[in-house]
Design a protein around this ligand. Structure first.
Ligand code: UDP
Ligand code: MN
Length: 248
């Protein structure tokens, strides 16, 4: 069984996020490979860093949703590029993989995710009957890739990004066995929309993967943000000790 964590970067900002994520995965002592998908929007200096830190890398084309109307609706025209995420399904050298957004940070070993059935994801906190597509367990498959592209071109995505498309494709996710529904500790988006301070106090030590969802990303210096302060600081310290000195 061949397995990998997979992430994506289409520009230098997300590439820095991916580097910090990779270091956090190594620090967690993961036994799984780290695979980066990147596009020609990443500068040569950052590409060199990605290929040295990740176990494997693949240069992919930007797959845009061309669904400008819907994207404008949610105010995030940049999200069209997340359709590029679909390339993860083409990594059929792996029998099981876990996709992580480049704006996630692994704060504790989460290798048990690979024991989950495919497809598995955590609820989106804005609308918990849909899953958040920043962390998901999947089985790479050319057939699934083609079905997703076909769905994207025939129907588009209801939110213009990959999350709407994947939720449309796995539309019975909410009805699946509990094993397909990841606990919130694997995709903690607290701060983005709503947070439950007492729950964070009680369960914060169990968190395994933090997700800096939303427009403020930790690689944007001095960004005003609503993320949990300790999580933001943990990202910064991983950056300072592993990535900062490797940048041009
Ligand atoms: N992404 C990218 N370039 C972009 C936008 C997104 O490489 O310009 C990738 C990156 O892996 C990112 C993921 O797509 O983490 C999803 O986008 P983002 O995390 O910004 O969305 P959010 O989680 O805030 O909804
Ligand atoms: Mn994200």
């Amino acid at each position: 069984m061949s397995t990998a964590w997979v992430t994506l970067a289409t520009n230098d900002g997300y590439a820095i996020g991916a580097l910090v994520l990779a270091h956090s995965l190594r620090q967690s002592g993961t036994q799984h490979a780290l695979h980066i998908l990147y596009t020609d929007g990443v500068s040569p200096a950052l590409r060199a860093q990605l290929t040295s830190v990740f176990t494997a890398s693949t240069l992919v084309n930007v797959l845009d949703s061309r669904d400008i109307a819907n994207l404008a609706l949610i105010g995030r025209p940049d999200l069209g590029v997340t359709f590029t995420k679909l390339h993860a399904y083409r990594l059929t050298q792996y029998t099981k993989a876990v996709f992580l957004d480049a704006d996630t940070l692994v704060v504790q070993n989460a290798d048990e995710l690979f024991e989950r059935p495919s497809f598995a994801a955590a609820p989106d906190i804005g609308w918990p009957d849909f899953f958040n597509s920043g962390v998901f367990v999947f089985t790479p498959s050319e057939q699934t890739y083609h079905e997703l592209v076909e769905l994207a071109t025939s129907q588009g995505s209801f939110d213009g990004g990959d999350q709407g498309l994947l939720n449309q494709y796995y539309s019975n996710w909410r009805e699946l066995d509990a094993a397909h529904r990841l606990p919130f500790i694997y995709n903690v988006t607290s701060g983005a929309i709503y947070s439950y301070a007492a729950a964070l106090k009680k369960a914060g030590k169990d968190i395994k993967i933090v997700h800096f969802l939303g427009s403020a990303k930790p690689w944007q210096k001095g960004a005003a943000h609503a993320h949990v302060g300790t999580h933001w600081a943990q990202w910064q310290s991983t950056f300072d000790s592993n990535v900062a000195q490797t940048l041009p």
